[in-house]
Write a protein that binds this ligand. Structure first.
Ligand code: AP5
Ligand code: ZN
Length: 216
């Protein structure tokens, strides 16, 4: 199974990708996570992308396509969840070619629909575990114990450099300008399914399960 999760910043792509990974043994490919890792480990590429990401602009197609290409090569996974990729028409075309090359096919593109007001609340309350990547929220999904990750016990809980009002505005602009055309692109290919991303986390997960049963 190969799935794309499509939606604006804060729609819940990462949250649902983690649930799908656990339930179905699929591999999550988050270009955002890969880029943050490159930044944290201080590689040449990491240095180039750090400012771009902090501003809320998109990194070049060349860089992110390269990252995905590498991941699709070096694993014999059951399938992939593309989280935050593709984000431009050029990336969508490239993904189509990469999947074809490796004999995979796309099963579903799931558009997670959430309105802008809710996105601001979600982004401003988000924090993640630096050790295992679990995603939390001050109001909707706090850790059970203060300052400690439920999943792995780490106290390395972090907030993202781009989760501020100004960068979020830019990330939303980039989404509407460059990424939202992919909705029409995948609709035309017959691969698009839309779920209500405003529902509670478990309810969204259920809608995604329904979509995947339908897409089989
Ligand atoms: P990326 O890391 O992909 O960020 P994003 O798309 O802005 O998405 P987010 O991670 O902010 O949100 P999400 O949808 O995963 O939501 P989450 O599950 O965390 O990209 C960051 C940057 O990297 C980009 O700006 C760009 O610079 C660069 N980049 C990455 N990929 C690129 C590409 N392909 N091309 C070019 N540049 C690229 O949830 C958000 C919060 O809400 C959490 O606190 C969560 O607990 C909570 N929540 C989730 N679901 C629910 C729910 N149903 N109800 C209530 N709360 C919920
Ligand atoms: Zn953790």
């Amino acid at each position: 199974t190969n799935i794309i999760l499509l939606g604006p910043p804060g729609a819940g792509k990462g949250t649902q990708a983690r649930i799908l990974t656990e339930e179905r043994g699929l591999v999550q490919l988050s270009t955002g996570d890969m880029l943050r890792e490159a930044k944290d480990s201080g590689t040449e590429m990491g240095k180039i992308v750090a400012d771009v990401m902090a501003r809320g602009d998109l990194v070049t197609d060349e860089i992110v396509i390269g990252l995905i290409d590498e991941k699709l090569r070096d694993t014999d996974a059951k399938g992939f969840i593309f989280d935050g990729f593709p984000r431009t028409l050029a990336q969508a075309d490239a993904l189509g070619e990469l999947l074809q090359r490796s004999g995979h096919r796309l099963d579903a593109v799931i558009e997670m629909r959430v309105d802008d007001d809710a996105l601001v609340d979600r982004i401003s309350g988000r924090y993640t575990c630096g050790n295992c990547g679990e995603v939390y929220h001050d109001k909707t999904k706090p850790t059970k114990k203060d300052g400690v990750c439920d999943e792995c016990g780490s106290s390395d809980l972090r907030r993202r450099a781009d989760d501020n009002a100004e960068s979020l505005k830019q990330r939303l602009m980039e989404y509407y300008k460059k990424t939202s055309p992919l909705i029409g692109y995948y609709y035309a290919m017959g691969d698009l399914f839309t779920v209500d991303g405003l529902a509670e986390i478990d309810v969204v997960a259920k809608s995604i399960t329904n979509v995947l049963d339908q897409a089989k």
